[in-house]
Design a protein around this ligand. Structure first.
Ligand code: COA
Length: 180
């Protein structure tokens, strides 16, 4: 058992070294995703508007696909930053989620998701939420794996990377102060 664990930890260390030395980063565009849902009766409350939890679930699924594609290994949601619902979303509206890797640390990926609701009749579109989620990749024993570095290429991706780095550091500070 001990030998097995030592072997696995050696494998993780080797993987880390390989990612670093070969600069095995991944361009942000390779994992980006845009997906659209239609609001159906089962998604709505008594006012005919969508439940916030339904949007949160769509956000989590969309962002986790992006993180999965980026890591090409199993990911779990470690955190979802606070988010707001800025406009009501009505039955039959089209909800589009645009998700992209913002930032990667050694062992985590931040994915940003923009949620837009469109009235299919008028075409009027509103940004209803923006969310930031952090994913961690785990092996089959639940051990944390290193994450391929994200390669931001466009000016917007580079700007998002720096903003994501700031949020990563803020979250780390907050966690450290909570665990004191
Ligand atoms: C996410 C999880 C694996 C982190 O475990 P951990 O023992 O704290 O792992 P580590 O301390 O080694 O951290 C691993 C990475 O995750 C990041 N991280 C850990 N907890 C985090 C949190 N709450 N928010 C954001 N990032 C977090 C760390 O910054 C670290 O990355 P870094 O080394 O690049 O800085 C663990 O908390 C877990 O399994 N949570 C449940 C996840 C889950 O099941 N989600 C589905 C919904 S319940």
């Amino acid at each position: 058992m001990k030998k097995n664990n030592a072997l696995k930890s050696k494998k993780v260390t080797l993987l880390k070294k390989k990612l670093k030395s070969n600069n095995l980063g991944k361009p942000v565009k390779d994992s980006q995703l845009e997906t659209t849902y239609m609001v159906l009766p089962e998604h709505t409350n008594a006012l005919g508007n969508i439940f916030g939890g339904t949007i949160m679930s769509w956000i989590d699924v969309t962002a986790s696909i992006v993180a999965f594609r980026h890591c090409r290994s199993v990911v779990v949601t470690a955190a979802m930053d606070e988010m707001s619902f800025l406009h009501p979303v009505h039955m039959a509206d089209l909800v589009t989620l645009k998700a992209s890797v913002n930032f990667t640390s050694d062992h985590s990926v931040e994915v940003g998701v923009k949620v837009e609701a469109e009235d299919p009749v008028t075409g009027e579109t509103n940004v209803t939420s923006t969310a930031y989620l952090t994913f961690v990749s785990l092996d089959s024993d639940g051990r944390v794996l290193p994450v391929p570095p994200a390669i931001p290429e466009t000016a917007l991706e580079k700007q998002r990377f720096l903003a994501g780095q700031k949020r990563y550091e803020e979250r780390r500070k907050k966690r450290n102060s909570q665990h004191k």
